[in-house]
Ligand binder design. Structure first.
Ligand code: M6R
Length: 366
């Protein structure tokens, strides 16, 4: 049942080229410049008119929501707020019928996310779901939605569900942009063509496994770990930190790289590994300065870099190369080595990778 892998988590990490492909199948037609999202097609008028999008979710799904915020604002130019479902439901939020709420949930059973949906529905908002489990409770209470089609995720640590959620949000960002006339047809085709290549790029990214395993060996006994990224890589840093703490019980935190000097920098010493997402994108030079700040304080830098990188390689203690891609698609690739890093560290520490202590796959109580 684990398909020859030692754990479900590893199987699910390796399934990602396929799960992302399944997620896109029948939905994108790059040569025709067409996106078909059957589950939300009756709401096209709504997408054109809406004033605001509120994304509600918990845990890893909330991180996917943060990636969605960057991409939807960037392409569709609609204001997006991302809320922890547990906070949203109890703080008397301002919601109007012109709002679209997108609830993201792998299981489709998370209690807080369900309650957030019910509340927003009562206040007249339109609710979309992005869920993985077909027929679960959340898809039954939303107005419309898109399934992620990642297949069953057994490992408690979410891996392929996260990349599938990000894939759908990326597609939605392009789609809403097109519906609202914020994107030219030639750009639309260009982005869809890029997105279509992502499954192959993820396949190539998985080749970093041996490099990551060697890094895991070096840092498996660390007490703490920081994950830093900027822009769309900031939620990736949060996700890397959550994965590590969840399955290896190492204390880890994710931050926007520039926030480091507002506090976390005090933690840096020779024992502190700092993982940077330092791919060749708009914030590359800024991230390089942040790496220098860590190096100057003796921290150990592990950097995820784009293939062919020179500058970061000279500075970092360890590098993990991933294929060069447009900034929009970086989360889908940069997440992979972080999943592998936490997986290998957890295995080396003798942890129960698929069923970490105190955690359940679906959190059906608040
Ligand atoms: O099923 P959901 O996506 O609603 O679950 C939300 C969180 O409980 C979940 O993502 C959790 O954080 C994972 N264990 C993270 O790996």
């Amino acid at each position: 049942e684990k398909g020859g892998y030692d754990h479900f988590m590893l199987k699910e990490i390796y399934e990602q080229p396929r799960s992302i492909r399944d997620c896109l199948r029948g939905r994108i037609y790059p040569t025709e410049g067409l996106v078909q999202l059957g589950g939300i097609k009756d709401y096209i008028e709504k997408l054109k008119e809406l004033d605001r999008i509120i994304i509600v979710a918990c845990g890893t799904s909330w991180h996917a929501g943060l990636v969605g915020e960057y991409l939807i604002e960037e392409y569709a130019r609609v204001p997006v707020e991302v809320e922890y479902a547990s906070e949203f439901r109890y703080r008397n939020p301002i919601i109007t019928p012109n709002d679209l709420v997108i609830a993201i949930s792998q299981s489709g059973e998370t209690a807080d996310t369900m309650a957030a949906i019910e509340l927003a529905k009562e206040m007249g908002a339109t609710i979309f779901g992005i869920c993985n489990v077909v027929g679960a409770s959340i898809p039954r209470i939303t107005h419309a939605g898109v399934y992620t089609h990642a297949g069953p995720e057994i490992g408690v640590a979410s891996t392929k569900a996260f990349t599938a959620q990000v894939t759908i949000l990326t597609l939605m960002a392009f789609y809403i942009a097109q519906q609202r006339g914020n994107i030219t047809q030639s750009k639309f085709i260009e982005y869809l063509t890029e997105l279509d290549k992502v499954p192959d790029l993820v396949e190539q990214t998985l080749k970093c496994n041996d490099t990551v395993k060697a890094i895991a060996e070096r840092f498996k006994d660390s007490a703490n770990c920081l994950f830093l990224g900027r822009g769309v890589s900031f939620p990736v840093a949060l996700e890397g930190a959550l994965k590590l703490k969840e399955i290896s019980y190492i204390h880890a935190e994710g931050y926007p790289a520039a926030e480091m000097k507002h506090g976390p920098i005090a933690l840096i010493d020779a024992e502190m590994p700092v993982v940077f997402i330092a791919t060749k994108n708009s914030s590359y030079e800024k991230v390089i300065s942040n790496i220098q700040e860590v190096k100057a304080r003796g921290g150990k830098v592990i950097a995820i870099v784009s293939e062919g990188d020179v500058e970061v390689k000279e500075m970092a203690d360890y590098v993990i190369e991933i294929p060069l891609t447009g900034e929009t698609f970086v989360p889908l690739l940069a997440t992979i080595p972080l999943q592998l890093l936490s997986y290998h560290i957890a295995v080396m520490r003798g942890c129960n990778v698929d069923q970490p202590r105190n955690l359940a796959k679906s959190v059906t109580v608040e």
